[in-house]
Design a protein around this ligand. Structure first.
Ligand SMILES: [Zn+2]
Length: 243
């Protein structure tokens, strides 16, 4: 295993953000658009022979970066910038899709004009066949293939039966589970939060809700207890001062 994944720099990055970065480092995904920081994240990029271009100003706390091997990054910007004048939104989707390592069929499906989400519209407003098919699987069997839980946030397969998407996701799943199970778990839990996926993970959501309730009760209890304790302490200090 790459010793990087045991390093302090690596562990200092949020597991969910580590997931996509790991796939690029392992060379199973050409590139990623991810959030990073100005410290450990930059060192990891350098040590992994990758490059990143920032979409943030130097005064932003968070770094929004395009990450890839230098030659891939050059190719991406060359495709994207030339010729800028006659590009449609669908062209941009195709270029992004290639950079992000999505299967051609999936990119094509979402490059149709009818599939492009209008600015400000919610994901659930668009008629993604993938979500509809996943919902039907959950309604019928109560579950769906677990490999779909390894989708990075921006990836929607053309169909829940797409062989290319399943093969790609299996490669990503293997790389994550082998190298950083915490990052894998963070990505999986992120996907469990989606619609319709949450329907298939009711036990997880019930347990999490209960856990959050208990945490807030504990917080309230400790706060109340602490206030009573402080009041007692003040009373005795006062008594001591006047005695
Ligand atoms: Zn596909």
């Amino acid at each position: 295993m790459n010793p990087l994944y045991a390093s302090e720099d690596w562990r200092s990055i949020d597991p969910f953000l580590r997931a996509e970065l790991l796939l690029v480092i392992e060379d199973v995904k050409p590139g990623a658009f991810i959030a990073g920081d100005w410290g450990p994240f930059q060192r990891i990029i350098r040590e992994s022979d990758l490059e990143c271009t920032s979409r943030s100003s130097q005064y932003d706390i968070h770094l929004h970066a395009c990450v890839a091997a230098p030659e891939r990054l050059r190719e991406f910007f060359r495709d994207k910038l030339q010729p800028l004048t006659n590009k449609t939104v669908a062209d941009i989707h195709r270029i992004d899709g290639k950079f992000l390592g999505y299967p051609q069929c999936c990119v094509k499906e979402y490059s149709h004009q009818s599939m492009i989400r209008p600015f400000g519209a919610k994901k659930s407003d668009t008629k993604h066949p993938f979500r509809r098919e996943l919902g039907a699987m959950i309604a019928e069997h109560g579950s769906y293939p677990a490999v779909f839980d390894y989708r990075p946030p921006a990836f929607t397969p053309c169909s829940a039966h797409c062989d290319d998407a399943i093969a790609t996701l299996n490669t990503w799943k293997d790389a994550l589970e082998r190298n950083d199970p915490d990052a894998a778990r963070a990505l999986v839990e992120f996907n469990w939060e989606g619609e319709p996926e949450r329907e298939a993970h009711k036990e997880y959501w019930d347990a999490l809700t209960k856990e959050r309730e208990l945490q807030s009760t504990r917080q309230w209890f400790l706060g109340t207890y602490n206030a009573q304790f402080e009041a007692q302490l003040r009373k005795h200090k006062k008594l001591r001062a006047i005695s």
